[in-house]
Write a protein that binds this ligand. Structure first.
Ligand SMILES: [Zn+2]
Length: 203
């Protein structure tokens, strides 16, 4: 006799939810049942938002931040920003954190992660080659590495500094006030502001 389980559509939803970061099997099950109980009022807008991600949003070809498909990039296409200053971050969310600190008016470059041998993340998986090309072609005056101070963040910063060395462009990094081992999302805006102001030259 097969053991009793939820009908396949619910099982499939639980399987999908379970694969999301931060959701274990128990919370995936709880969420699926909650959605089931609340019906179309909740599930339809949610499903539409998920589909919209794929059809309406894409990454800017230059900086990697999100744009609505076909629209101009609010960062790259803003002439009031300093195009010769490039701030390198791990994730798109870090862009907003730095923007909210109010300390920065240059351009950004989203790497899409950090080097991590354990997770098989190599330089080819990150947008490092396009960063080097970008720095070479825009006459940059400085590249600021706003990466986490954990082991992977440090390794990534070191690798990028080395990759940029032939360009001769000065490279600096956040230091002051950054908690040891912390990623950018654990840092408040004032600390980020100070870390940007007090950035240290790497080369
Ligand atoms: Zn952009």
């Amino acid at each position: 006799v097969p053991s009793l389980d939820y009908p396949p559509p619910i099982q499939r939803l639980i399987l999908q939810l379970k694969s999301l970061p931060g959701l274990g099997p128990r919370s995936a099950e709880r969420l699926a049942l909650w959605l089931m109980q609340h019906g179309d009022d909740r599930t339809e807008p949610l499903a539409r938002s998920l589909l919209d991600l794929g059809t309406l949003v894409e990454a800017c070809g230059q900086c990697g931040f999100f744009i609505e498909k076909g629209a101009a990039c609010l960062l790259c296409d803003n002439e009031k920003r300093n195009a010769r200053l490039i701030c390198v971050v791990e994730q798109a969310a870090d862009v907003l954190r730095l923007e909210r600190s109010g300390a920065y008016r240059g351009m950004y470059h989203v790497l899409g992660g950090k080097l991590s041998p354990l997770d098989n993340v190599t330089p080819e998986d990150l947008s490092i080659a396009s960063l080097v090309t970008r720095v070479q072609h825009t006459g940059s005056e400085e590249v600021i590495l706003a990466l986490g101070s954990d082991v992977e963040g440090e390794a990534t910063a070191g690798y990028i500094a080395e990759a940029l060395r032939p360009t001769g462009v000065p490279v600096s990094r956040l230091a002051q006030g950054m908690p040891a081992g912390g990623a950018l999302d654990h840092v408040d805006e004032l600390t980020l502001f100070q870390a940007l102001q007090g950035r240290l030259k790497m080369q």
